[in-house]
Design a protein around this ligand. Structure first.
Ligand code: B16
Ligand code: MG
Length: 214
């Protein structure tokens, strides 16, 4: 029986993915490294430093650890400038209403995001208080596809992993959910993932699932 739903943030609750892309693209252009939206797809759900390693696969030279940290910090500064524009209008797919209705039905709700900017983003879109628990990039050292962030979320909710479902837009997150022993519900891009247990088109589809029979 499913008692809790853990939501990915980037690409599920809010479209910060376009800001990640724009910020990485600026770094890549500055360094003369080829980068496009297809490569960007591989960055979904993975940590900032791992994202940088993917971007540097196309680099003509190698970078020292110090240089890598500087590039990652520069990217984050650009990304954080974009985040300033966020408002409750950026909430995707009536996520706020779906979350409230799930809570009304006694389903616990949490965020499980690889981002270290999670709380800043939730504050900007007015959802910082909406969740029963938040687990993010500041809680873990291994990002998705490792299960760690979802296991932290389950522990904070006080719900055992097998009673949790995860809603994800990235294959890395779907794999992480399965590694955590959770039900993996795919939305958006992740619907292509062979690892998903269920596929939905809209967040409101979450209200049609009979959680007490799963
Ligand atoms: P930050 P999610 C992930 O968020 C993003 O999908 C990924 O592109 C990003 O690199 C990662 O957060 C780290 O973000 O640089 O803000 O710490 O999909 O797990 O909500
Ligand atoms: Mg995501």
């Amino acid at each position: 029986m499913i008692k809790a739903i853990i939501f990915d943030l980037d690409g599920v609750i809010v479209s910060t993915d376009r800001y990640h892309y724009a910020a990485w693209k600026r770094i890549a252009d500055r360094e003369g490294i080829y980068f496009d939206e297809v490569i960007n797809h591989r960055l979904r759900g993975v940590s900032r430093m791992e994202s940088l390693e993917i971007l540097l696969e196309r680099a003509a030279r190698s970078y020292t650890e110090e240089e890598k940290i500087r590039l990652a910090n520069d990217k984050n500064a650009i990304y954080q400038q974009f985040l300033e524009q966020l408002s409750p209008n950026d909430i995707l797919d009536d996520a706020d209403q779906v979350i409230e209705e799930l809570k009304r039905r006694n389903i616990k709700v949490a965020i499980g995001s690889s981002s270290k900017n999670t709380k800043r983003i939730l504050e900007k879109i007015g959802l910082l208080e909406a969740f029963d628990a938040i687990a993010d990039g500041t809680d873990i050292t291994r990002s998705k596809p490792h299960p760690d962030v979802f296991l932290v979320a389950a522990e904070r909710l006080g719900v055992c992993p097998s009673a949790c479902a995860v809603v994800e837009d990235a294959n890395s997150g779907i794999v992480a959910a399965k590694q955590a022993g959770m039900l993996a519900i795919a939305i958006g891009e992740a619907r292509k993932s062979a690892n998903a247990d269920m596929r939905i088109n809209h967040l409101s589809d979450l209200l049609k699932i009979k959680y007490d029979t799963i």
